[in-house]
Ligand binder design. Structure first.
Ligand code: CAO
Length: 410
């Protein structure tokens, strides 16, 4: 194993250039010629390729840094095995600790971008385009100096889909009047907006829904004891506030559920905050306001906020800010009914918990059936990020927390 310090190659100019993209992370396994950085000078941008195959041990620049020839970029650990992994001649174990400069970088002297096929785009956009089989040369860039951005790529896909290039067959047009009388009602603005989002989330995320039941007999008895106190404080203490606290405990234990996948699917972004989207049913349709910092609030405060936010939703008075920033979502249909359902993930969250109506059920304990109040839980999660075993562990732990709320204190 050898650590190689990688300096910025000769740029052919003494003018500093700006680091605009860093597609690597510490721990990444990279191949020779993989992009380490994208730089932008006055006239063009360019990628800096790695001179070796290896594992990134340290990155010595950050976005926005102004750098010049010789500036230390990264430390890369190489080994004989890795060196042989690349078909191109790679560093041998005898290679001195300081690597030769990376393949000469082309000077920032041209209006043209130095990248394959003269396409002006960063490595993240290029690898996304490659994965989606899109020829970037056919796109017009809207970024600085016509750089192709992720938005350009998404707009291109959207256009292709609406132009009939979609992989999905269109719904058939049917004249229903041939079967009987009908009347058409325009969808509300909220319903149209929800339809677009739910469809996108359903198509883009491979959902799995895991079901369980929590024994909330003791919790419900405790909630009833607290109702009068909550009433004095003007709050309606429903089960939902308790479930929110139990979810914080479960998310702390399984942080990959309190996360988002980066748009290029290369990173899982773990959130150190607990902001919960709460699905609220309104006459205009479904809205999802966000209750912030659930971990820092008591039951009574959560109950009071739930009352305020659901009223605001039903008064059509939520602002876009009220609906931003969720890290996990809960959809409770418990006040209405049903035994289980498959909630659709509220992207960019990676999981959503559905609650159905609690009911008395016979549970076999100590050689006899006894009536217990059972709450059905339906947890949908993004299978790209969460394995089935993790889904089952999360819901089992959540169920244990609800069955004995003291567990959340552990
Ligand atoms: N089991 C049994 N009873 C339940 C229950 C459950 N899981 N959850 C709530 N209840 C009871 C409450 O205790 C309350 O009883 P009382 O009126 O006797 O006090 C009653 O049902 C109504 O509760 P609620 O709905 O007003 O309050 P909540 O805190 O449970 O829920 C809110 C608040 C805003 C989430 C809910 O009103 C709502 O809009 N739910 C619909 C969400 C939705 O449409 N989801 C579908 C989205 S698709 O994924």
């Amino acid at each position: 194993m050898t650590i190689k310090e990688i300096p910025l190659p000769d740029l052919g100019s003494s003018t500093p250039v700006t680091v605009i993209e860093i597609p690597i992370q510490v721990g990444d396994q990279i191949q020779k010629e993989d992009t380490l950085l994208t730089l932008e000078g006055e006239k063009a941008s360019m990628d800096v390729p790695s001179p070796v195959t290896g594992i990134i041990k340290a990155i010595h620049v950050k976005l926005g840094d102004k750098v010049n020839t010789g500036h230390l970029i990264a430390s890369i650990e190489t080994s004989a095995d890795m060196a042989h992994a690349t078909p191109v001649a790679a560093a041998s174990p005898q290679t001195p600790a300081t690597a030769a400069p990376p393949p000469a970088a082309t000077a920032f002297s041209s209006e043209e971008t130095i990248s394959p096929g003269n396409v002006h785009a960063g490595p993240a956009v290029r690898s996304l385009a490659k994965a989606l089989d899109i020829n970037l040369a056919t796109l017009k860039g809207s970024g600085h100096k016509n750089r192709i951005t992720k938005e350009d790529l998404f707009n291109h896909i959207k256009q292709a889909m609406t132009a009939g290039g979609s992989a999905f067959p269109k719904a058939p047009e049917v004249d229903f009047s041939q079967f009987g009388n009908t009347e058409a009602h325009a969808l509300s603005r909220i319903k149209k907006w929800t339809a677009t989002n739910l469809h996108r989330n359903w198509v883009l995320i491979p959902h799995v829904t895991q079901f369980d039941e929590a024994d909330i007999t003791d919790l419900e008895a405790y909630r009833k004891l607290q109702l009068a106190e909550a009433g004095k404080q003007g709050a309606k203490l429903t089960l939902l506030a308790f479930v929110m606290k139990a979810c914080v405990a479960a998310l702390r234990k399984f942080p990959q559920f309190n996360a988002s996948l980066s748009p290029d699917n290369s990173e899982l972004i773990l959130k150190h905050y607990f902001h919960f989207g709460i699905a609220v049913d309104t006459p205009e349709g479904l809205v999802v306001p966000v209750i912030r910092d659930v971990d820092q609030k008591g039951l009574m405060q959560l109950a009071a906020e739930l009352t305020v936010v659901s009223q605001k939703a039903r008064d059509n008075a939520l602002t876009p800010k009220d609906m931003q920033g969720s890290s996990f979502t809960i959809s409770s249909l418990g006040g209405i009914g049903g035994t289980a359902f498959t909630p659709i993930i509220n992207m960019p969250d990676v999981a959503i918990l559905g609650l159905s109506r609690a009911a008395q059920k016979p549970v076999y304990q100590n050689n006899q059936f006894i009536p217990r109040l059972m709450l059905p839980l339906s947890l949908s999660y993004d299978h790209r990020v969460i394995d089935g075993a993790e889904g089952a562990r999360f819901i089992t732990y959540l169920s244990a927390c609800l069955s004995d709320i003291r567990t959340v204190l552990l």
